[in-house]
Design a protein around this ligand. Structure first.
Ligand SMILES: *Cc1c(COP(=O)(O)O)cnc(C)c1O
Ligand code: SF4
Length: 459
């Protein structure tokens, strides 16, 4: 039998009231408090009571997923922040926080500027349209999560004031944009976590899309980590049944509805409540596809992915993406060389049946598009990575293998160099032009500087 739970959220302001916090030693607690000034900290009673194994501190993957560890800030940042906290001068703390945040690449892959579409020459706030078929929508009331991942690449969203948050509300009328773009087949609600919203709010975003004028929209997707962080959302929360009815309504209107569920570890799939939540969602005709970045210290062993994918398939979910951790926030702590990412993917997927092999990876969600590391080869005596775009700013770029010099330490696309005597990757000129034309680069009249800065800032 499932006992309902009432969500209790913990953040920096009530951190000392976490019942399990006494288990941390003095250094662990200090590091947590220092880093939570810069990167947002949030956990809840489900994570604390049912997911974290407190006998396994500090190595427990779910603990690391929610609780900041010393290495999550670079040493010099940590020292600066620690000193400010010890001095306890509000002004100094604020300045230090802001300075460090700015040095952490808050908006990687051109997110903040390059992907924002326009309607009648005005930017449409809270939308991203990078790939032809799919528009991302960031509902303003879905810009938090039931808990925060220490690896979060959207962290800068959570620490901003409301005016600078990248989000939309109904009155911004992103619907008009969708009406004018018949090439769009997929609308992906994302955040934060849209499942933070109550059913009333969620309806405002979903139901208009069921009208006949949106018949070009075939799929509605909801990106969420609520199945990991708060599965009660779909079972015992007061509007849980209404949420399921809403999903059913979308499905019976003839559209596909998919939950894009973030699961980072098989532990998140083990509780009775998450299994019940998955089963209830699937019973509405909604699909569940799963994805996560690959993270050092959390899920960097092939066995973890093998077990996770097999368990997901058994529960009726569809494995979808293994991402390379983005170059933002605490990347240093989580990053894994691309070669190791590839080996982890391969050593996991070869142990599974075809039903798990819908998982694509490792994939870098980078400036030109989603770049898949397809393998390592030797061509004319040169060791190379074989890469391929599986989504691109220009769809014509996709599914054409290309090559980068093998580099055992590279962790992201911007560290890779073209191989086989090429000077640049095949898409580079066109990509530069796209960005140049969009006028969205840090203004400089020096084309050479522009190009090198661009690669540094946006890859
Ligand atoms: C990943 C992603 C999508 C969705 O891509 P699919 O391959 O269709 O899942 C859409 N927009 C952006 C910006 C993305 O990063
Ligand atoms: S669930 Fe997603 S948006 Fe929320 S903290 Fe985790 S990674 Fe960030």
């Amino acid at each position: 039998m499932i006992t309902p739970k009432k969500l209790k959220i913990y953040s920096l302001s009530n951190i000392d009231s976490i019942p399990q916090i006494k288990i941390l030693n003095k250094d662990e607690l200090f590091a947590l408090k220092v880093i939570s000034r810069v990167l947002p900290f949030r956990t809840n009673n489900y994570v604390l009571e049912e997911l974290v194994n407190w006998d396994n501190i500090p190595d427990d993957p779910i603990y690391i997923l929610n609780f900041m560890q010393k290495g999550m800030l670079k040493n010099h940042h940590f020292e600066q922040m620690a000193n400010a906290v010890i001095k306890n001068d509000d002004k100094d703390i604020e300045n230090t926080v802001n300075r460090i945040r700015n040095e952490l690449n808050p908006n990687p892959a051109g997110q903040s500027k390059l992907n924002i579409p326009t309607l009648n020459n005005e930017p449409v706030p809270g939308l991203q349209h990078k790939y032809r078929e799919t528009v991302l929508v960031f509902p303003s009331s879905g810009q938090t999560c039931h808990a925060y991942c220490t690896f979060c690449f959207r962290w800068s969203q959570f620490v901003k004031s409301d005016e600078t948050k990248f989000s939309t509300c109904i009155k911004n009328d992103f619907f008009s944009y969708l009406l004018e773009h018949k090439e769009v087949t997929d609308v992906l609600f994302t955040g934060g976590d849209p499942m933070i919203m109550g059913v009333k709010n969620l309806k405002k975003y979903l139901l208009p899309l069921l009208a006949p004028e949106y018949s070009h929209i075939q799929s509605i997707r909801i990106g969420t980590k609520s199945l990991s962080y708060w599965p009660y959302r779909f079972v015992t929360d007061s509007d849980a049944d209404e949420i399921l009815s809403l999903f059913k309504q979308v499905k019976s209107s003839g559209k596909n509805i998919s939950i894009m569920a973030n699961f980072s570890h098989y532990v998140e799939l083990t509780t009775e409540i998450v299994k019940e939540a998955i089963s209830r969602i699937l019973s509405t005709g909604t699909q569940i596809r799963t994805q996560s970045p690959l993270l050092k210290n959390i899920n960097d062993k092939p066995i973890i992915w093998e077990k996770m994918w097999k368990e997901q398939v058994e529960l009726g979910c569809i494995p979808y993406y293994m991402f390379v951790e983005r170059n933002t926030g605490s990347k240093n702590y989580f990053e894994i060389p691309l070669i190791q990412a590839y080996n982890t993917y391969r050593n996991a997927i070869i142990k599974t049946s075809g039903l798990s092999r819908t998982a694509r990876g490792p994939v870098m969600s980078s400036l030109p598009g989603k770049v898949l590391i397809n393998g390592i080869m030797e061509i004319r005596g040169e060791k190379v990575f074989q890469l391929m775009l599986i989504q691109g700013r220009n769809p014509e770029w996709c599914f054409k293998p290309f090559f980068a010099k093998y580099d055992p330490t590279a962790t992201w696309l911007n560290e890779l160099k073209p191989a086989l005597g090429e000077k640049k990757f095949f898409y580079q000129d066109e990509l530069d032009k796209m960005i140049y034309d969009s006028g969205n680069y840090e203004m400089t009249n020096n084309k050479r500087l522009f190009n090198s800065q661009l690669r540094f800032n946006y890859n």
